[in-house]
Design a protein around this ligand. Structure first.
Ligand code: S3P
Length: 448
């Protein structure tokens, strides 16, 4: 349940065929980065399609506290930046609420400055490990104070001059990669990040677009070697944020499992580091047509037509995990309606998301009559085609643990299950997809 906000439970019930065309909100990862680089760069950045969710507002407030001007004019967000190297010391702790990406990337962005910045967040963020970002920042010369186990609240005091490092990212994490690169912006010389497994590359793309001298090279073992020259000039840009594939995933899976559905989702980001769920569902037999594939704002974008499908369980290749890391909760819901078993491995990172997602998914599935086996880094889901026996007839609620994606995933489950599905709280949905209930209702979903 939510800390400080009154929990708002909701119930989803078996719905008629979903129909219609929807536009989903802007990509969360790109929205955070657009505000950060816009706030840092010299001159004006105009952002269209920015996600207007709580996580992004936390980043916008942080950038204002660091000296940037952020405002909305019509549908466009206007950011006037301070110029690379010129962030100001914030007067109060930066409160990132539920936003892990905002918090970790800003730690990199401002941690190397020669002043002290304090980071706080909600109960979910305060449980999440920050050591993965604090370690490389310490190597760059940053003094770190944190609560036990490298957790929030964290205070960072940068050195007079930061050391450029060569850092091999020890886990598949775009946040860690990005934090080190952003720290490299205010560090003399070349900062190198070695990424053994490719993760979302929005930071690299956007840094190049703002004028940073950043190169990416393949190493002898297939690792990515990213080099950034520090203290270069960044110039404000016009950014068009495409729709978030991690949000599109909810109407998409809903349309697959609700019989007779036929929907179209417009303007979805199709960057290959983000499309693992679509590929996986297609392997399971999903009818997803990729329409109008195009490039917009330097990113691949397309419209998706999704029709209800008879899904079959598969073993999801472990190496695909980074390209669908936020989509496992909703994939588990699709798997619950598939014939046979779906095996998901390489899920250790799910334990440190907004909640321990692996245990939250398993508990929610079991509560709603779906057999599954949870192991430290894997999940096997035994499907019940047609949704027979799925749901909770007495209204017992799924525990969402302050996790927006757990809430949305289980509400999607209820749209095709025999019995309704209840979740204990929906307030956190506002962090990433504030219009979720309206968008789903517009397609014909029954969520109350
Ligand atoms: C994100 C990276 C991923 C993802 C998160 C957004 C980003 O986290 O789960 O929702 O924008 O860089 P990790 O870097 O921890 O895998």
């Amino acid at each position: 349940m939510s800390a400080g906000v009154i929990a708002k439970p909701a119930l989803a019930r078996k719905s008629m065929a979903l129909r219609g065309t929807v536009r989903i909100p802007g990509d969360k990862s790109i929205s955070h980065r657009a505000l950060m680089l816009g706030g840092l760069a010299a001159g004006r950045t105009r952002i269209a399609g920015l996600l207007e969710g709580e996580d992004i507002f936390s980043t916008a407030r942080a950038m204002q506290a660091l000296g940037a001007t952020v405002r909305k004019e019509g549908d466009t967000w206007i950011v006037d930046g301070v110029g690379n190297g010129a962030l100001l010391a914030p007067e109060a702790p930066l409160d990132f609420g539920n936003a892990g990406t905002g918090c970790r990337l800003t730690m990199g962005l401002v941690g190397v400055y020669d002043f002290t910045t304090t980071f706080v967040g909600d109960a979910s963020l305060a449980r999440r490990p920050m050591g993965r970002v604090l370690d490389p920042l310490s190597q760059m010369g940053v003094q770190v104070t944190s609560a036990e186990g490298g957790r929030l609240p964290v205070a960072l005091s940068g050195p007079k001059t930061a050391n450029p490092v060569s850092y091999r990212v020890p886990m598949a994490s775009a946040q860690v990669k990005s934090a080190v690169l952003l720290a490299g912006l205010n560090t003399p010389g070349v900062t190198t990040v070695i990424e053994p497994v490719m993760t979302r590359d929005h930071t690299e793309r956007m840094l190049q677009a703002f004028g940073a001298n950043l190169t990416v090279e393949a190493g002898s073992e297939g690792e990515r070697i990213i080099r950034l020259e520090g203290q270069g000039r960044l110039t404000g840009q016009d950014i068009d944020v495409p729709g978030d594939p991690s949000s599109a995933a909810f109407p998409l899976v809903a349309a697959l499992i609700v019989p007779g559905s036929d929907i179209t989702i417009l303007n979805v980001l199709m960057n290959a580091t983000r499309t693992g769920l679509i590929v996986t569902l297609q392997e399971m037999g999903a009818r997803i047509d990729v329409l109008n594939a195009r490039i917009a704002g330097g990113e691949d974008v397309a419209d998706l037509r999704v029709r209800s499908s008879e899904l079959k369980g598969i073993t999801v290749p472990e190496g695909r995990a980074p390209s669908m890391i936020d989509e496992y909760p909703v994939l588990a819901v699709a798997a619950a309606f598939a014939e046979g078993q779906t095996v998901m491995r390489g899920l250790e990172e799910l334990r440190v998301k907004e909640s321990d997602r692996l245990s939250a998914i398993a508990a929610g599935l079991k509560l709603n009559g779906v057999d599954c086996e949870e192991a430290p880094a894997s999940l096997v889901v035994h499907g019940r085609p047609g949704g027979k026996g799925i749901g909770n007839a007495v209204g017992a609620a799924v525990a969402t643990h302050l996790d927006h994606r757990i809430a949305m995933s289980f509400l999607v489950m209820g749209l095709a299950s025999e019995h309704p599905v209840t979740v204990d709280d929906t307030t956190m949905i506002a962090t990433s997809f504030p219009e979720f209930v309206e968008v789903m209702a517009g397609l014909g979903a029954s969520i109350e």
